[in-house]
Design a protein around this ligand. Structure first.
Ligand code: NAP
Length: 289
C-alpha cells in the first residue's frame, strides 16, 4: 500500500509527506467521535482549527478544553448542517473569515443506517448519500478554491472512509456503498492533485467505539448482532494516529490496526464469488436469530 516517491514536474517537485506544524485545518463532524479526536491530536501543532458539525454545545465544550491546553491555538466553531447547500455555504463563509488560508481538510462527518434495505426510509438513505457522498465531494472541490498550495506549504485532504468500503455489507448496504465511493474518489484525487502540492488520503477504520452505532440504529430497533466484529475494534485515538501518520508518510490509504489491514487484504484478494457466498451465509444466520 505504499507509493513510490515520484517527481511529476522537475521544476516543481511534489513535496511528499504533509507536516501539521502551523496547519490551518477544517474538521467536519468535529462534535464527537473521530472528528473530536482529530481536533485533540492536531491541537498541539496546528495554528487554527475550524470545527464544523450541527451540535454547537459539544463543539464549544471541546473548544474550551483545547484553548485551555493550547493557548496559542485559534479555534472557530461553525455550527452547520453539511448535508445541505445552505450549511456548506455557512461553512465556506466561516472559512473566508480565517486570518490565514486553510491547508488541511478533514472530511470526517458521516453517518450509517443499520438494517434491511427493504425497510429503510427514503429519508435515511438520502441523508447518508447527501452527507457521505455529496457533502464530502463538494467540500473537497470547494477546498481547492480556498487554498494556495506551494511546495513549502502544501495542502491535504483526508477523507474518512471505512473498512465497509472494501466489502459489500448486507444490513449496512447503502453506507458501505457510500464508503466504497469515498475510497475510490480518494485514490483518483490522490493521483490528480499530487502535482499541485495537494496530498489526498483516506482512512478506512474498522468498527470504532464512537456515537456512530447509536446514530446508525433505526428508531425502536435493537442493535444488530455483529458477531466477530470485536476483534477488529480499535479505539478512536489509534484510528486518528494512523490517519495522521498516513498523511505524514504521503500514502493514500490506511486501514488502522493490523487486523483491519489483514481483513482489507483478504477482501481484496478473495474471489468475489467466495466473498458473496460467505456474506450470504452470514446474512442468513443473522436473519434466523
Ligand atoms: N465508528 C465507526 O465504527 C466507524 C468506522 C468506519 C468509519 N467511520 C466513519 O468515521 C466518521 C466519523 O464517525 P464517528 O465514528 O466519529 O461517529 P459519530 O461519533 O457519530 O460522529 C459523526 C460526526 O458527524 C457529524 N454529523 C452528522 N451529520 C452531520 C451533518 N448533517 N452535518 C454536519 N455534521 C454532521 C456529527 O455531528 P452532529 O450530529 O453534531 O452534526 C458528528 O460530529 C464517519 O464518516 C463514519 O462513517 C466510523
Amino acid at each position: 500500500m505504499s507509493e513510490e516517491s515520484s517527481s511529476p514536474n522537475a521544476d516543481q517537485p511534489f513535496v511528499r509527506g504533509f507536516s501539521f506544524k502551523h496547519c490551518v485545518a477544517l474538521i467536519t463532524g468535529a462534535s464527537s467521535g473521530l472528528g473530536a479526536e482529530f481536533a485533540r491530536q492536531l491541537a498541539p501543532q496546528a495554528d487554527t482549527l475550524l470545527l464544523a458539525a450541527r451540535t454547537k454545545e459539544t463543539m464549544e465544550t471541546l473548544a474550551a478544553e483545547l484553548s485551555q491546553e493550547h493557548p496559542h491555538l485559534k479555534l472557530v466553531i461553525c455550527p452547520c448542517d453539511l448535508s445541505t447547500d445552505a450549511g456548506r455555504e455557512t461553512f465556506w463563509q466561516n472559512v473566508a473569515q480565517l486570518p490565514t488560508k486553510p491547508n488541511l481538510l478533514i472530511n470526517n462527518a458521516g453517518l450509517g443506517d443499520y438494517g434491511l434495505f427493504a425497510d429503510a426510509s427514503g429519508d435515511r438513505i438520502r441523508r447518508q448519500i447527501d452527507l457521505n457522498i455529496t457533502a464530502l465531494t463538494l467540500l473537497a472541490r470547494s477546498f481547492l478554491d480556498h487554498i494556495s498550495p506551494t511546495p513549502q506549504r502544501p495542502a491535504a485532504i483526508l477523507n474518512v472512509s471505512s473498512l465497509a468500503g472494501a466489502v459489500p455489507v448486507p444490513d449496512l448496504a447503502v453506507y458501505a456503498a457510500t464508503k466504497s465511493y469515498v475510497t475510490s474518489l480518494t485514490e483518483s484525487l490522490a493521483i490528480e492533485l499530487a502535482s499541485r502540492h495537494i496530498q489526498v488520503a483516506a482512512v478506512c477504520p474498522g468498527p470504532t467505539p464512537t456515537n456512530f452505532g447509536n446514530n446508525a440504529r433505526r428508531p425502536g430497533e435493537k442493535d444488530i448482532d455483529r458477531g466477530g466484529q470485536d476483534v477488529l475494534k480499535i479505539p478512536p485515538h489509534r484510528v486518528v494516529e494512523a490517519a495522521l501518520q498516513t498523511l505524514r508518510d504521503g500514502r493514500p490509504i490506511v486501514y488502522p490496526g493490523k487486523r483491519v489491514t489483514l481483513a482489507a487484504t483478504v477482501f481484496r484478494i478473495m474471489p468475489r464469488s467466495l466473498m458473496r457466498f460467505i456474506l450470504a451465509a452470514r446474512f442468513q444466520r443473522g436473519q434466523s436469530k
